[in-house]
Write a protein that binds this ligand. Structure first.
Ligand SMILES: [Zn+2]
Length: 989
């Protein structure tokens, strides 16, 4: 037993012992732990270094040596503040953001006094270098000759991969305190920025789990609670989001703060230090394929150089490591990948993760926490040395990446993304704010303009189309062109080699090699119609600056209006409705578009009538004004409730009274924490209304709620007792919203709950489901029978049934099962798919076809009789030729007079396409043809009545990373409008 371990354990237990000592005469002493040789790894991180006495040691600040155990966020803050205070000649401390739990996020700049005195100059010069349009090559060279490169090292973005932060402390102390010519020279030649803890909320949550699981003896079994923690673990932030995916969407303060600072500093190196399985070794960049097509090609060369020197450092200590293997860089939102598109070299570290003490490995060796921390120290110091030795070439690399993106003959010269004008201002503003965060130059067309060609989000070529004035334009030809293209390219393709390997892996092992989603296009994620134009910026384009909305609050030329209306095309209308109801205002939502006083309103618009609110305790107008003002939307006062022409009148059935939602979000005990966190985030941040997160471990009284949200399950099905209670509660008038695999659980035949089924359970009834597809389409687009037939006096034989348009019946169930198992192998890893929707359904308020949705390896929802399908996978258009798909005969073929009969429409998977249509499914990302045949025509959202209540099912979690804003609108509609629209509400005495 090392003295170190024993000391810390005593400290850890001191509090308990004191309490015991105060209450009992005899003080129990823990029995001394048996000695474990591997825990004795007490090597110095930097042997032989002399440190300045003015800088307090980690021991003196923490009460234990750095890396002896994981320091929490308060301890880390204490260290860095003390060091910065003691070494103002080498350091600057910057608090760059606060977490959701109000913990500060810091970085420390460590560099020589000479650099410290000109940090602004370094930032400005790097920024100039970053915009090659404004400088000549000679000027760039002059800047590079005197510029000090910046290296950014970030640690522990996943809170339970704790080693990183302790390594950051070790590296920080060394750089700040070392009285060493080598360190002084490094600091002369590099500005080092260290962010020791990128996810303090997650880390502290995890360390609390570790502390409460700690016993009297060191623990080296990585299966024990002391190493694993428990749900929701510490990986995610407060809302359980994976911050190492958030650089694309910038949802969280931790990410937004970091993105702004990385943009300000333009570091040549960005390190992101993680942890992986405790039995693993150490991984670093470069990654393997697939690598994002917009990553600057030079990154590979640089990553290899960094890796060689990193490997050499590990070799010196006799340590082992690897690169590539599972690590790929297709998704651009990783913390180390995002900066690569901006011209940095991004590097990932992954170290065998030990929560504390150590982990025993199969060979018997114990890897101690401190030694594990040391691996990150070795990597960090090696990478800093590479930057030091290659400062100028790295700055030249940065300049040439930016220059290439701006070049008139470069890959991005003729590529502009156009986001079309929309009435959904909230959605567009969210998108524009995100482009600002990324640092994109955004323009707007002043006039209508024509582009000879354009590609839409379905991959269709449009010729000579006119694009309206007000179109948002983002040219890829700009300094951040690589990032613009990486985030907005509709359809980046994985290399043929990587694709081949992916398919082989699926066939061999039944799993994907791709580590994250294969699609993320920002306009599709946000559900904003956009085009890709093969042109530079049109002449009429002007720089676009996002401004505050001019009109907010109640807009009223009317003295005493009959009511007020908020346009439903805007996502914030749902928020307004929710917040007004929370203030006890009576609110309605319009099922149809309407027009009052010459003002047009979209369906889903929110209406507040004076009559409904006669009982409202305070000034109605003031309440509406306050709510709409804080959201930045407008409420228009209505003089008359008479609809224009056939449009609805205010007193008719189309203005449904909403029932205030009382929402419970089921959590814990096997709930998928990501899905829980995402829905919770929307409730808090997009609606800002009160709700309860209810534990499935409890027997909560459901009668307090009229909306229950059941997120996806990651730990087995919902307990049967809950299923039964939920069923009774729905029958009594509840609106149950269930996601993904939780949805199919309700559709289990035995549960007798939902009528929706998972695909393999209905392979013997595919005809019924196919008929539902036909009926739905005919109800929407079907042609009338000929007038002669309708008005004929004689009954005529020879009626044609919709299913007779399909050749042949479905195969035998046994064959279908075999096929389905085969197709299931190829289910997507996150692809953006096009849908069609019922534009008369209240769930689709504020949505437009072809609403993009993300599809994963989730269950496939099947809905027929008695179930509404407001959104179905597969966007249908009229076929270009009168027939759906058959290939046209080759021109050389002689005319075949024998084949006069119309070829029948073929089936896509289990359903034929309605006659005369063609289906668009894949929008972006990898979707194997096999998966197309499984997913096409399946339900994305369903709604059905049960008793006085209703069940709404989503095929996949609709709030993915708080970025799938189209599906999220469906979810918000379900939560806020559900009790009013789909469920019967009692009139309370
Ligand atoms: Zn990680």
């Amino acid at each position: 037993m090392s003295l170190l371990v024993q000391t810390a354990r005593c400290i850890a237990l001191a509090f308990t012992l004191c309490v015991v000592a105060a209450t009992a005469q005899e003080r129990p002493t823990p029995l001394p732990p048996t000695d474990l040789a591997g825990l004795r790894w007490t090597n110095a991180y930097f042997p032989g270094t002399t440190y300045r006495v003015a800088v307090p040691t980690g021991d003196s600040l923490l009460g234990f040596p750095i890396g002896h155990r994981a320091a929490n966020s308060v301890e880390i803050e204490k260290c860095i503040k003390a060091w910065v205070a003691a070494a103002p000649d080498r350091t600057r401390l910057v608090e760059y953001a606060r977490t959701h739990e109000n913990r500060p996020l810091h970085y420390v700049v460590v560099t020589a006094p000479r650099n410290l005195a000109r940090l602004d100059d370094i930032q400005n010069s790097t920024a100039r270098l970053g915009d090659p349009r404004t400088i000549s090559d000679e000027e760039a060279k002059r800047i590079i000759d005197t510029l000090t490169p910046v290296a950014w090292l970030g640690y522990t973005i996943h809170g339970d991969e704790t080693e990183g932060s302790d390594a950051a402390l070790a590296v920080l102390y060394h750089l700040i305190a070392a009285d060493d010519p080598g360190v002084s020279k490094l600091l002369e030649e590099v500005v080092v920025i260290i962010d020791p803890l990128q996810n303090p909320d997650g880390r502290d949550r995890f360390l609390k789990m570790i502390a409460e699981s700690r016993g009297t003896t060191p623990n080296v079994d990585d299966q024990s609670l002391q190493h694993t923690g428990y749900a929701p673990w510490g990986r995610g932030n407060h809302y359980f989001f994976d911050l190492n995916r958030d650089s694309l969407f910038g949802v969280h303060p931790e990410t937004r703060g970091r993105m702004k600072e990385v943009s300000r500093w333009n570091p040549v190196l960005v390190v992101d230090a993680h942890g992986m399985g405790g039995q693993d070794t150490h991984l670093f960049s470069p990654p393997r394929e697939p690598i994002n097509v917009h990553v600057p090609p030079s990154r590979e060369r640089w990553s290899k150089l960094f890796a060689r020197e990193q490997a050499a450092a590990f070799d010196r200590y006799g340590l082992v490591y690897y690169h590539g293997e599972w690590n790929e860089d297709w998704y651009p939102g990783y913390t180390d990948n995002w900066p690569a598109f901006r011209g940095s070299v991004g590097i990932l570290y992954e170290q065998a993760r030990i929560a504390e003490d150590g982990v025993r490995r199969p060979e018997g060796r114990i890897l101690s926490y401190r030694e594990s921390v040391f691996h990150h120290v070795v990597s960090s110091i090696a990478n800093l040395a590479t930057v030091q030795a290659n400062g100028k070439p790295l700055l030249e690399n940065f300049y040439s990446i930016r220059k290439g993106a701006c070049a008139a003959d470069g890959p991005y010269a003729r590529r502009t993304f156009a986001v079309l004008p929309t009435a959904n201002r909230a959605r567009l503003e969210k998108f524009l704010k995100l482009t600002q965060l990324h640092g994109f130059e955004v323009f707007q067309s002043g006039n209508e303009f024509t582009a000879t060609s354009a590609t839409d989000q379905l991959g269709r070529e449009l010729k000579d189309q006119k694009h309206p004035a007000g179109t948002i334009l983002i040219p890829a030809r700009q300094p951040l062109g690589h990032l613009v293209a990486a985030t907005l390219d509709f359809d980046p393709r994985i290399s043929p080699r990587a694709l081949e390997e992916e398919r082989q892996e699926i066939l061999r092992n039944g799993q994907s090699r791709i580590y994250d989603t294969t699609a993320w296009n920002l306009t599709m994620m946000f559900g904003l119609p956009a085009l890709s134009l093969p042109i530079g910026l049109p002449d009429s384009a002007k720089p676009y600056a996002l401004t505050e909305r001019a009109e907010r609050g109640v807009i009223s030329p009317v003295g005493s209006p009959v009511g007020y209306a908020i346009d439903g095309a805007d996502d914030l209308s749902v928020t307004a409705a929710a917040r007004l109801m929370e203030r006890r205002v009576q609110v309605r939502a319009a099922e149809k578009a309407f027009e009052f006083d010459g003002q047009k309103f979209a369906r889903g618009s929110v209406v507040i009538t004076r009559l409904d609110n006669r009982g409202f305790a305070s000034d109605l107008r003031q309440a509406i004004d306050a709510v709409t003002r804080e959201l930045g939307v407008r409420a228009i006062a209505i003089r008359s409730g008479l609809g224009e022409g056939d449009l609805p009148d205010l007193g008719g059935e189309h203005f449904k009274r909403l029932e205030p939602p009382r929402i419970a979000l089921l959590s814990r005990s096997g709930s998928n924490i990501y899905d829980v966190g995402e829905i919770w985030f929307f409730l808090d941040h997009d609606l800002g209304i009160r709700h309860a997160r209810v534990s499935v471990e409890s027997e909560a009284d459901l009668s307090r709620y009229n909306v229950v949200i059941l997120p996806e399950r990651s730990g087995g099905p919902l307990p049967g007792s809950w299923t039964n209670r939920l069923k009774d509660w729905v029958k009594a008038g509840g609106t149950l919203i269930a996601m993904g695999n939780a949805a199919t659980q309700l559709g289990d035949q035995k549960a007798e709950f939902s009528k929706v089924r998972a695909l393999p359970d209905v392979l013997n009834k595919l005809g019924d489901y196919e008929l539902a597809v036909f009926r739905e389409w005919l109800a929407r687009e079907g042609e009338l029978p000929a007038a002669d037939a309708v008005w004929a006096h004689k009954a005529a034989p020879g009626l044609k049934y919709p299913w007779q348009s399909v050749e042949g019946t479905h195969a035998e169930e046994k064959e279908l099962k075999k096929r389905d198992a085969w197709l299931k192998l190829f289910m997507p890893q996150g692809s953006l798919l096009a849908t069609r929707m019922d534009a008369k359904h209240w769930l689709t308020f504020g949505c437009e076809e072809p609403l993009p949705v993300l599809a994963f390896r989730d269950p496939v929802l099947m809905a027929a009789e008695g179930v509404e399908v407001p959104v179905r996978l597969g966007y249908l258009t009229k076929a270009a030729s009168p027939l759906a798909a058959p290939a046209k005969p080759e021109k050389s073929d002689p005319p075949d007079t024998a084949k006069k009969e119309k070829p029948e429409p073929p089936r896509v998977g289990w359903s034929a396409l309605p006659a005369g249509t063609e289906m668009h499914l894949r929008m972006s990302g990898l979707l194997w043809p096999e998966a197309t045949h499984r997913l096409a025509n399946s339900a994305y959202v369903t709604r059905e009545s049960l008793g006085r209540g209703q069940i709404i099912l989503f095929a996949t979690g609709p709030a993915f990373r708080a970025a799938t804003l189209g599906p999220a609108r469906l979810m918000l509609n379900a939560m806020i409008y559900g009790p009013g629209f789909g469920a019967a509400q009692p009139i309370r005495p």
